[in-house]
Write a protein that binds this ligand. Structure first.
Ligand code: NAD
Length: 497
C-alpha cells in the first residue's frame, strides 16, 4: 500500500471550481436558489476541509418544489407525447456524457471516490440509465383482457403516478439520481430529488443539465439538506405520490412504516452483507482478484460489496495470498488525485464507525492479516483490511460495515456453506465461482440473494433488474421491473351491449 499526500484538483475547470465552492440552495422550477440562512457544510473527506455550504431546505422550500413538479406533471412534461419524451431523455443523456469530467469531479470531491473510477464507472452508468429508459415511453402498452361477461371490452392502461420523491445515498450520488430519475420520467412522472447531505453537488448540476436538455421547468427539482429536515418534509408531503428510496436498512424501515401509514407507493433499495463464495475448482486467480477488487472498490462503501468472502478449504491459502497482496498494492489518496486507487471514508462520522468495528476485532478469535488501522494523515482514511477466521456470529461477518474490511472464512462443502450464508438479515447480492456448471446453478438457485453473479462480480446494466431480498429492500431497479414501480395500472371496463 502506498499513500499520496498532495491535494490535486486538475479535474475541475475554473467554472467547476466556482460551482463547487459556491453556496447552494434548492433547484426549483428551473432556478438555482440562494442557500439562505440555514445551511450545512459540505466537507471534503480527503482533507476534512469545508468545500461550501448547502441549504437545509425547510418545509416551505420542499412544498414549493413539490408544487412546481406537480404543475410540470399536469402540464408541460405530463402532456409530452411518448416520442418527445424519448428525445428529451436522449438529449439529457448526451449532456451528462458531455459533462463527464465536471460531474465526476464533484462526486470525487464530496465523496472521496477516486475520480478515475467515477469517470469510468459512475457517469457511464448514469448515461446508460437515460439511454435505456429513453426507449420505453414509446413501448408502454396496456393489455386487452378477456373476460366472461358478454359484450364487454376490458383493457388496461399504464399511467404515471405523479410526483416522485427520490431520496439518494452518498455512495453513488450521480448514478443513484439517474437510476431514479430516468425510469420515473420515462413513465411520465416528475421528480423532486433529495440527495444525501454529504454529496449534493452533482445532483444540483444534473438539475441544471435537465433544463439545458430542454426538459420543462419543474420536471426535475432538487431540494438539499438532511434526512430529518428536507427528507422528512418530502416524505410527508401529501402531493408526493411515491417515495423511491436508496439508503440504509434502518432508514428504509422508518420510511416503509411512514408509507404504510399514508398509503404512499414506496420502493426501498437497502444495504447488504454479500457473500462471495469461491469453490476450489474455480479459476482461483480470477476469482480472488475479483473478490479483492470489488471488496475494496470505493473503500468498501458499496451496497453490493462482496465483503464476506467464503473460500473452500483447498483454495484458502492461494486466495488469501492474492487478496492480501491486492490490498497492499492499493494507492491510497484523495478522490481528485488521479493516481489514487482507494480514497477516504466519506465522512468523519462514518470513518469513526468503521474504525470502531476494527477496534473490536481484537476481542474475537479472528486475525487481522492486512491493515486494521487509521492512516495518519488529514482526511478520513483507513487501511484496506483483511480479517481472517471470524466466526459466523462475529459482527465483521453479520454487519454491513460499509468500509474497506474484507472478512475471509473457510468452508468444506456446498451443504455447509449455503445455510451459513443464507442465515443473514440481508439478501442483496452474492458471488459464486466454480467451473462446475451444475453446482453453479444449484448454488445460485438456493442463495437468498436478489442478484447472483457466477464467475464474475459487480457487473451491472440498466436492463438487468437489481435489488434485494429480505432486509435488502423491496422492489427492483433497472429493466421493466424498475420502470413498473413508477407506473399504475388502470382498468377500463366498457359495455358494448
Ligand atoms: P442513509 O439511510 O443514512 O441515507 C440515505 C438518504 O436518506 C440520505 O439522503 C439521507 O439524508 C436520507 N434520510 C435519512 N433519514 C431520513 C428520514 N428520516 N426521512 C427521509 N430521508 C432520510 O444511507 P447512507 O448512509 O446515505 O447510504 C448508505 C446505505 O445505502 C448503505 O446501507 C448502502 O448499502 C445503501 N445503498 C443501497 C443501494 C442499493 O441499490 N440497494 C445502493 C447504494 C447504497
Amino acid at each position: 500500500m502506498t499513500t499520496t499526500t498532495h491535494y490535486l484538483d486538475p479535474a475541475l475547470t475554473p467554472e467547476g471550481r466556482g460551482f463547487a465552492t459556491s453556496p447552494h440552495g434548492a433547484f426549483i422550477g428551473g432556478t438555482a436558489e440562494e442557500s439562505g440562512e440555514s445551511t450545512i457544510d459540505s466537507i471534503d473527506p480527503s482533507t476534512g476541509r469545508v468545500i461550501t455550504q448547502i441549504a437545509e431546505s425547510d418545509h416551505d422550500t420542499v412544498d414549493r418544489a413539490v408544487r412546481s413538479s406537480l404543475e410540470a406533471f399536469k402540464g408541460d412534461w405530463g402532456n409530452l407525447t411518448p416520442g418527445k419524451r424519448e428525445s428529451a431523455l436522449h438529449r439529457f443523456a448526451d449532456l451528462i456524457e458531455q459533462n463527464t469530467a465536471e460531474l465526476a469531479a464533484y462526486d470525487a470531491l464530496e465523496g472521496g471516490k477516486p475520480v478515475s473510477h467515477v469517470e469510468a464507472i459512475d457517469v457511464p452508468l448514469a448515461v446508460e440509465q437515460f439511454r435505456y429508459y429513453a426507449g420505453w415511453p414509446t413501448k408502454l402498452a396496456g393489455d386487452v383482457i378477456p373476460v366472461d361477461t358478454p359484450n364487454s371490452h376490458v383493457y388496461n392502461r399504464k399511467v404515471p403516478l405523479g410526483v416522485v420523491g427520490a431520496i439518494t445515498p452518498w455512495n453513488f450520488p450521480l448514478c443513484q439520481a439517474a437510476i431514479k430519475i430516468a425510469p420515473a420520467l420515462a413513465a411520465g412522472n416528475t421528480v423532486v430529488l433529495k440527495p444525501s447531505e454529504l454529496t449534493s453537488l452533482s445532483s444540483l448540476r444534473l438539475a441544471e443539465l435537465a433544463i439545458e436538455a430542454g426538459l420543462p421547468a419543474g420536471t426535475v427539482n432538487v431540494v438539499t439538506g438532511t434526512g430529518a429536515g428536507a427528507g422528512n418534509a418530502l416524505v410527508s408531503h401529501p402531493d408526493v405520490a411515491k417515495i423511491s428510496f436508496t439508503g440504509s436498512e434502518r432508514v428504509g424501515r422508518i420510511l416503509g412504516a411512514d408509507a404504510g401509514r399514508n398509503l404512499k407507493h414506496i420502493s426501498l433499495e437497502l444495504g447488504g452483507k454479500n457473500p462471495h463464495i469461491i469453490f476450489a475448482d474455480a479459476d482461483i486467480e480470477r476469482a480472488a482478484t475479483a473478490a479483492a477488487t470489488t471488496a475494496f472498490f470505493y473503500s468498501g462503501q458499496v451496497c453490493f460489496s462482496g465483503s464476506r468472502l467464503m473460500v473452500e478449504r483447498p483454495a484458502l491459502d492461494q486466495v488469501l495470498d492474492i487478496v492480501s497482496r491486492y490490498a497492499r498494492t492499493l494507492v491510497i489518496g484523495p478522490g481528485l488525485d488521479r493516481s489514487s486507487t482507494m480514497g477516504p471514508l466519506a465522512s468523519q462520522q462514518h470513518r469513526d464507525k468503521v474504525e470502531s468495528y476494527l477496534n473490536r476485532i481484537d476481542g474475537t478469535e479472528a486475525k487481522v492479516a492486512v491493515g486494521g488501522s487509521r492512516i495518519d494523515r488529514e482526511g478520513y482514511f483507513l487501511e484496506p483490511t483483511v480479517v481472517v477466521g471470524p466466526s459466523d456470529t462475529d459482527e465483521v461477518v453479520t454487519d454491513e460495515i460499509f468500509g474497506p474490511v474484507l472478512s475471509v472464512q473457510v468452508f468444506d462443502s456446498v451443504d455447509e456453506v449455503l445455510p451459513r450464508v443464507n442465515d443473514s438479515r440481508y439478501g442483496l447480492t452474492a458471488g459464486v465461482w466454480t467451473n462446475d456448471v451444475r453446482k453453479a446453478h444449484n448454488v445460485a438457485h438456493q442463495l437468498q440473494s436478489g442478484l447472483v453473479w457466477v464467475n464474475t462480480y459487480a457487473d451491472y446494466h440498466a436492463a438487468a433488474p437489481f435489488g434485494g431480498f429480505k432486509g435488502s429492500g423491496i422492489g427492483k431497479d433497472c429493466g421493466y421491473e424498475g420502470l413498473s414501480k413508477y407506473l399504475e395500472s388502470q382498468t377500463i371496463w366498457m359495455s358494448l351491449a
